[in-house]
Design a binder for this molecule. Structure first.
Ligand SMILES: Nc1ncnc2c1ncn2[C@@H]1O[C@H](COP(=O)(O)OP(=O)(O)OP(=O)(O)O)[C@@H](O)[C@H]1O
Length: 282
């Protein structure tokens, strides 16, 4: 089972004008083992695209198959179950916390999807452990912890619903480098250990380069690249996408020019440092 977009378009309907936010989207995402980044400039349609994956938005043209459910649905057909199957973490998810304790907040999702109190409690504790929220915090107010911890609580609330696919809309936005790394480590583990498919919107090319395996580039509501990240960053016409190169690649290209260091692409800082050590340049 997977997610399949077939010639999907989405039009925001205004009072006076309509706006075509997505056009002719054809795309397949596997239910397991994907780590795909969706990138593109502001307003290119990234959020609109991912909101189709859990039926928050429905295509205004074309069709979509999400884990066997065809969208748009037939009249009276219920699609609410997709909110549980595809977990969507919005930008700044901490703004959506509302319960009086952290544990209650994390339990809200599973209870909403008909888990018993006991099941919801177990799922919430498991999700809290994954994001590093310890037992001492369970009974505290979610509004009295740090911003980074609040974000973890909000993410735990999505994980507690045990979604098959996790969709993250700029999850590291506003975090410092340490917070960014700690959070990405959680998603990396979910992907590597549980083989969960992760869909990540990010403006941070260093994050994309280090974690994603596949990259989809959107421009004005259309897909202009869909493939392996290596093929994007080493694309002969990379400039035509008007994207920044990730820092490790930028450093390597600079060193190639300045000191004739043979260019060997490295997609994260650890691999870059390892390579520089191997060639005796530290
Ligand atoms: N509710 C809405 N009504 C009308 N137009 C909208 C609405 N939401 C988004 N748009 C427009 O649709 C286009 C795509 O928006 P979207 O938020 O999907 O882009 P994005 O790539 O996620 O942008 P960003 O990187 O800024 O989050 C933009 O031009 C935006 O102005």
């Amino acid at each position: 089972m997977d997610i399949q977009f077939k010639d999907v378009g989405y039009k925001y309907k205004g009072i006076k004008v309509n706006y075509d936010a997505l056009n002719h989207i054809n795309l397949t995402l596997d239910e397991k083992d994907e780590f795909v980044a969706i990138i593109g400039h502001t307003g290119s349609g990234k959020s609109t695209l991912v909101q189709h994956m859990n039926a928050l938005l429905l295509p205004t043209s074309g069709t979509l198959n999400v884990l066997g459910q065809i969208l748009p649905p037939q009249k009276n057909e219920k699609i609410n179950h997709l909110r549980q199957k595809v977990g969507l973490v919005f930008q700044f998810p901490e703004y959506q916390l509302f319960e009086e304790t952290i544990l209650k907040d994390i339990m809200f999702g599973p209870k909403n999807f008909k888990s018993t109190e006991q099941e919801a409690l177990e799922k919430a504790k498991k999700a809290a452990t994954i994001v590093g929220i310890t037992e001492e915090l369970y009974e505290q107010s979610p509004f009295r912890i740090s911003g980074g911890q609040m974000r973890r609580v909000a993410i735990a609330g999505i994980l507690a619903m045990e979604p098959k696919i996790l969709v993250l809309d700029e999850p590291t936005r506003g975090l410092d480098p340490r917070g960014r790394k700690d959070l990405m480590k959680i998603f990396k583990e979910l992907h590597e250990v549980e083989h969960k498919s992760i869909v990540l919107i990010s403006h941070d090319m260093d994050v994309v380069s280090e974690y994603a395996k596949r990259v989809i580039v959107l421009e004005e509501g259309e897909i202009v690249f869909d493939g392996k990240k290596e093929d994007l960053f080493e694309h002969p016409n990379f400039e035509s996408f008007h994207l920044d190169l990730p820092t490790p690649l930028r450093i390597l290209k600079h060193l190639e020019k300045e000191i004739n260091l043979p260019y060997q692409p490295k997609y994260d800082f650890d691999s870059l440092l390892q390579y520089l050590k191997e060639v005796g340049y530290e």
